[in-house]
Design a protein around this ligand. Structure first.
Ligand code: FES
Length: 121
């Protein structure tokens, strides 16, 4: 298996939650697709603080607020923007091709590995 990231289709453009967040899975990991005013962005799905699922957070323009302790991230860069989140969220590239949303992700790993890592790296 190549270690290089590759483009993976995750859902159709029509399935994206308008002005909201959509949970998807690619290469064995969960990601969030964000429909921001200037286009689509994506990140790993879990907060870097204590692993809450960001799909359930409050999303506004380019910020996602964690539902558990209200840590905040800029979804364009993954930069933490509000305590208690201090570690960046891993963001991935997004594109649309032939009506599908694609994420550029690295090789997958097993569910057990993902659970052990809390998918927060
Ligand atoms: S789990 Fe997200 S801020 Fe604590």
């Amino acid at each position: 298996m190549s270690a290089e990231p590759s483009w993976v289709p995750v859902l159709s453009v029509d399935e994206v939650e308008r002005n909201g967040v959509t949970l998807v899975r690619a290469a064995g990991r969960d990601y969030i697709v964000y429909d921001a005013p200037d286009g689509l962005y994506a990140s790993l799905a879990y907060c870097t603080h204590q692993g809450a699922l960001l799909r359930d957070g409050y999303f506004d323009r380019h910020l996602i607020e964690c539902p558990l302790h209200q840590g905040c991230f800029d979804i364009r860069t993954g930069e933490p923007k509000g305590a208690p989140a201090t570690r960046p969220l891993r963001v991935v590239e997004v594109r649309t091709r032939a009506g599908m949303v694609e994420l550029r992700v690295g090789p997958g790993r097993s569910q057990a590995e993902s659970a052990a890592a809390g998918q927060t790296e």
